[in-house]
Ligand binder design. Structure first.
Ligand code: WAQ
Ligand code: MG
Length: 261
């Protein structure tokens, strides 16, 4: 990373993850993580901010913090559009989950698979660090990442102030939504993707979302307060090329572009 550090030809992928040692001593529990893709000039500030956030997150004290930084050639970056944001409020988790199923069916997921997605997240005893990949018709889990899950990274917005004003225009203004819209937009740009389902593992954050190739639909509440289990499910076409998809999720650098006002 020494030569041409501030060259406009490169961005830097920053990944930070915190974990706690499990009770048994060997299984680490995921606490929180974040990923950014920024210029050399922004790197120091972003690393400091992420580090501060990871130290103060609400899921427990970290025993292990992992920071990885990789130099990324700009010519490999794909520019992708942001999903369109909608927000819905419900009187109960049951009602929100009912709408989640209807939305997923609208987005091309079978009702069986939609119900399976909700059950899989609800039945987790501890949160995974990544997401599960499900066949959009049968609801079968098709990835083999087990309790770790598949984690998207190498993503950010193309223009910070344009992105923040896009979020504000869409009625959202917090860091979680910022990250989730970027993640969901990246996932939605994958070839064999059909839809996504997510709610946070932060015990105080009960808003979740479903996403399609075009829409990021926020639903609240997707869980009860003080529940510190959340998760993500990606629904993919039955004939999906999984190696390709996972490689895209994990390694393809993307920047998310927002529509002009
Ligand atoms: N790639 C794949 N899965 C991930 C990633 C990632 N980079 N980061 C988190 N996950 C999975 C993992 O299983 C977590 O336990 C779960 O998602 C929840 O992660 O519009 O904050 O970071 O108001 O808690 C959604 C609503 C917030 C935002 C989601 O997720 C809004 C959120 P969290
Ligand atoms: Mg997160």
């Amino acid at each position: 990373m020494s030569e041409n550090k501030s060259s406009p030809h490169y961005l830097f992928s920053i990944r930070m993850r915190a974990a706690a040692n499990g009770n048994s001593g060997h299984e680490r529990q995921h606490l929180s993580g974040c990923e950014r893709l920024v210029s050399y000039d922004q790197m120091t500030t972003v690393v400091q901010n992420l580090f501060q956030r990871i130290l103060t997150h609400t899921r427990g004290e970290a025993d292990n913090i992992n920071i990885q930084i990789d130099k990324i050639d700009r010519t490999t970056i794909r520019l992708i559009p942001a999903l369109k944001i909608e927000s819905l409020e419900f009187a109960s988790v049951e009602q929100a989950h009912g709408n989640t199923i209807a939305s997923l069916v609208d987005f091309g997921v079978s009702e069986i698979a939609a119900r399976k997605g909700i059950e899989l997240i609800k039945n987790l005893s501890i949160s995974m660090r990544g997401g599960m990949i499900l066949n959009t018709i049968t609801g079968e889990r098709v990835d083999s990442s087990g309790a770790r899950g598949v984690r998207l990274s190498h993503m950010d917005c193309e223009n910070e102030s344009a992105f923040l004003s896009f979020l504000a225009r869409s009625g959202v203004g917090n860091e979680k939504a910022r990250e989730a819209v970027i993640l969901a937009s990246k996932a939605a740009s994958a070839k064999d993707y059909m839809a996504e389902l997510c709610w946070s593992d932060d015990p105080y954050y009960v808003t979740g979302y479903v996403a399609s190739k075009e829409i990021y639909r926020r639903l609240s509440p997707m869980k009860l307060k003080n529940d510190n289990v959340g998760g993500r499910v990606f629904f993919v076409k039955p004939n999906a090329d999984l190696n390709d998809l996972i490689d895209f999720f994990e390694h393809q650098p993307v920047l998310v572009k927002v529509p002009r006002k």
